[in-house]
Design a protein around this ligand. Structure first.
Ligand code: BES
Ligand code: MN
Ligand code: ZN
Length: 503
């Protein structure tokens, strides 16, 4: 998808010359202090009438398009609701912009202008509001049309302008736009990768994408091939890949924007299963096509490092992607097989569908070589996560109070919230094996927890957070700025964390 250009412009709603002017309005408030007040006079009081008749009330995500008939320079107005003034948050604004951007697209215009809301969420700066506006508008416009021959001519809006009343806000808003474009761009990239089917997006293709990014952004890249993994002893990742005709890849990217070049890095590890059939422990057919998005975590850590480089964040960042396809086959790993991990621990594979923790075990063990200041892994890891948390919360586990709190805050700000789950040692009895150091499934109960506890055995004392995004990675319905299908949720959380950490 081509991403719209975003600019800022100092000016007033009454005099802005544009195809569409988008204005926000809070429910139950008169026009007096709202954005539309000054325009209303020029329009002969018709906005007031619309509100009085309750044709438009300002409820969250309510949208109304109005033709101005030449009474003001803006050809059309779109009013979008923010709901009750006291409940306005960055998320309200993101959603309102997503709803408005969809209406703009329907109107088939090439560009539009949005006024910075006069109602600011409490405690938020114009930088943060501008960032949220841009994220909502770009992500609400998302379409994936690569494989639809008739959709090539679908209308796409080319430009958005953020209208600000005072020159003094220009710098903050410009920085908000810069960050908003970067986080939205990263999210779009992840959605695209997740939408591509597994016959196109193979492990080799993921490696090619990573190479292209490394070249374009001047990021260092190293790709381990199967023989390298054999030499190193990545038995868990190799075990998962055995059933597939597609060779596995192990991708390491490094971006160093730190002032002190030898600063301890932040290391991100993303589960990258390009398709999860379950292997010999085959999954049922229903919804199996969703498993083309079992590489969401990997796509997110790849998008994050690209964005960090584009934003020139002053930090050292390493992204690691263990990549494989989980297939049944004549040479596939079988239940009861024992693999030797890179960390030197043996694992009895009782279920080949619990493959994510296997590839992550080797990914995390490799990450430890960098002595991370913070280690975060992100994975579509367990169906149990979906059962426990539904659609709106990411499962979070970790061994470091400070890191967990930072991740929680960045998630809150990004509108991609985490919920902490217990990482208690008691649960380890479920992972005991009679024949190896541990087994890869935890039996009945606490499936999201035992998966996380399994991972914890590969991170030592390093400050670490694990994010289970199986709950959020695929949206069952279209929302204001999240499409039906791959959501890429987690991307903006990671980037917000990197931004908050480095600035
Ligand atoms: N990729 C799946 C988890 C998943 C399920 C992600 C639904 C998104 C939506 C993972 O590899 C898996 O199959 N997990 C198993 C583990 C079980 C065998 C212990 C599961 O959750 O059923
Ligand atoms: Mn699986
Ligand atoms: Zn999986």
């Amino acid at each position: 998808m081509k991403i719209m250009r975003v600019k800022s412009q100092v000016g007033k709603a009454e005099t802005a010359s544009t195809d569409v002017l988008v204005l926000t309005h809070c429910e139950g408030e008169g026009l007096a202090k709202q954005d539309a007040a000054l325009l209303d006079r020029a329009l002969g009081g018709s906005l007031r009438k619309l509100l009085q008749s309750k044709e438009f009330e300002g409820k969250a995500n309510e949208v109304l398009l109005y033709h101005t008939q030449g009474k003001v320079p803006a050809k059309r107005l779109i009013l979008v609701g923010l709901g009750k003034k006291s409940t306005v948050t960055l998320e309200t604004i993101r959603q309102a912009m997503g709803s408005a951007a969809k209406r703009v697209r329907q109107a088939k215009v090439g560009s539009f202008t949005v006024a910075l809301p006069t109602v600011m969420p409490s405690g938020m700066s114009s930088l943060e509001v501008a960032q949220a506006m841009v994220e909502g508008a770009i992500l609400g416009s998302y379409q994936f049309t690569v494989y639809r021959s008739e959709a090539a001519s679908d209308h796409a809006v080319a430009e958005m302008k953020v209208l600000i009343p005072q020159t003094s806000q220009l710098r903050q808003v410009a920085e908000g736009i810069r960050r908003g474009v970067a986080t939205a761009e990263a999210t779009v990239f992840v959605r695209d990768l997740c939408n591509h089917p597994s016959n196109v997006l193979t492990p080799t293709m993921v490696a090619d994408e990573a190479k292209a990014i490394a070249k374009a952004e001047k990021i260092t890249i190293k790709i381990l091939e199967q023989k390298d993994m054999e030499r190193l002893g990545m038995g868990a990742l190799l075990g998962v890949a055995r059933g597939s005709q597609e060779p596995p890849k192990f991708i390491i990217l490094e971006y160093n924007g730190a002032k002190k070049k030898d600063e301890r890095p932040v290391v991100l590890v993303g589960k990258t299963i390009t398709f999860d059939t379950g292997g010999i422990s085959l999954k049922p057919a229903e919804n199996m096509e969703h498993m083309k998005a079992d590489m969401t975590g990997g796509a997110e850590v790849l998008a994050s490092i690209r964005a960090a480089a584009r934003l020139k964040l002053p930090l050292r960042l390493i992204s690691i992607l263990p990549v494989a396809e989980n297939m049944p086959g004549g040479r596939a790993m079988k239940p009861g097989d024992i693999v030797m991990t890179l960390a030197g621990k043996t694992v009895e594979v009782q279920n080949t569908d619990a493959e994510g923790r296997l590839i992550l075990a080797d990914g995390l063990a490799y990450a430890m070589r960098y002595k991370p200041a913070a280690l975060i892994d992100i994975a579509t890891l367990t169906g149990a996560c979906v059962v426990a948390l539904g659609q709106f919360a990411i499962g979070m586990f970790g061994n470091d109070v400070t890191l967990k709190e930072q991740v929680r805050r960045s998630g809150q700000k990004a509108g991609e919230r985490v919920w902490e789950m217990p990482l208690w040692e008691e649960y380890f009895e479920q992972l005991k094996s009679d024949v190896a150091d541990m087994r890869n499934i935890g039996g009945r109960g606490g499936g999201m927890i035992t998966a996380a506890l399994f991972l914890s055995k590969f991170v030592g004392n390093c400050p670490w957070v694990h994010l289970d995004i199986a709950s959020t990675d695929w949206s069952e319905r279209e929302r204001a700025y999240v499409p039906k299908g791959p959501s890429a949720i987690g991307t903006r959380l990671l980037l917000q964390y990197l931004i908050d950490r480095s600035l």
